[in-house]
Design a protein around this ligand. Sequence first.
Ligand SMILES: C[S@@+](CC[C@H](N)C(=O)[O-])C[C@H]1O[C@@H](n2cnc3c(N)ncnc32)[C@H](O)[C@@H]1O
Length: 346
Amino acid sequence: MSTLATQAPPRTLLERSIDMLACSYCGADLDFQGESALRCRGCARSFNIDNGIPQLFAPNDPEAQKGDVTDIVKSFYEENPFPNYDDIDSEQTLLEKARRGMFARLLDEQIPQGAAVLEVGCGTGQLTNFLGMHYNRRVFGSDMCLHSLRLANGFRSRCRIKNAGFVQMNLFRPAFKHEAFDLVVSNGVLHHTADPYGAFKSISRLVKPNGIIIIGLYNKIGRLTTDFRRFLFRATKDKLAFLDAHMRNKNYNADRKRAWFYDQYKHPHESKHTYSELLDWYESNGFEYLSSIPKIDPGPFTDEEKLFEPHDKGTKFTRWMTEVEMLLSGGADGALYIMIGRKKKT
Ligand SMILES: C[S@@+](CC[C@H](N)C(=O)[O-])C[C@H]1O[C@@H](n2cnc3c(N)ncnc32)[C@H](O)[C@@H]1O
């Protein structure tokens, strides 16, 4: 019988899931090279592991004309990790906050048992850490910003969250195998790239047939309120920053307020997209529309909402009306909307 002293320590998520990873340069399998590096079986490149975070970032193809947006946005987030943590954040407060936000709670309740989940552009990792608290799930958070990932992984390790792990990668050069995940979620990310549709196609390849994709984007109409505030803030040298409700939030510390303000009003690159545009991306790439937040079909969004069941995708007009409603209700939370789809079996 084994004693405590002779038992092997529990394996990390990375060790348990090494077969899901792939070289971000050539796509071949990766092996551990000691404890602090990974090595590619194909091109023999070595990748450092920084305190448990494999550094698998590969830059965009230098031939790509607009490639430098990735570098500019990367530098921006290295200085302003988003959304950052509050001073008092702990496993308990993260659980409470995530459960208060209906989307994260419904997601946590409705992800099938045993699922492999990837968050693309996880920032400081709140969603990944929250979903990784479930005992029967593997959740990877990926981002190109190492500063954000260190904050995310620091929280994970302090709270001993066993089923979450973090990887540094460029979403245009994924470090995971095609069709490795039951669920890929990317919230507030693709609109900060030079080619949001190319970014969508890149990460949609990581979803298994019958698996789920969740994309959150700035809405073209709903975000007009933010555009107006940005203009106002610029004209008044940020003296009217208090007009944004997040800047008056007493529960935010200075780091979180700064992260929000810079993300919304000082970002070097963003684009905005309509529901119909994103729906077209889904349908052109073999995804069936399931649901969205805010909803397109009539009726309130309740805590009974079935995220992964097919809902009516509406018409161009009803989708446009949903966007106008976002604007009229003040474009809350930067007018981000979320669309959920299922990859059809081929
Ligand atoms: C607004 S933050 C969103 C963070 C998180 N998803 C959330 O909802 O709080 C956008 C994140 O996307 C990441 N990102 C942008 N372009 C990326 C790329 N090409 N590859 C990987 N991550 C990228 C940024 O580093 C940043 O952390």
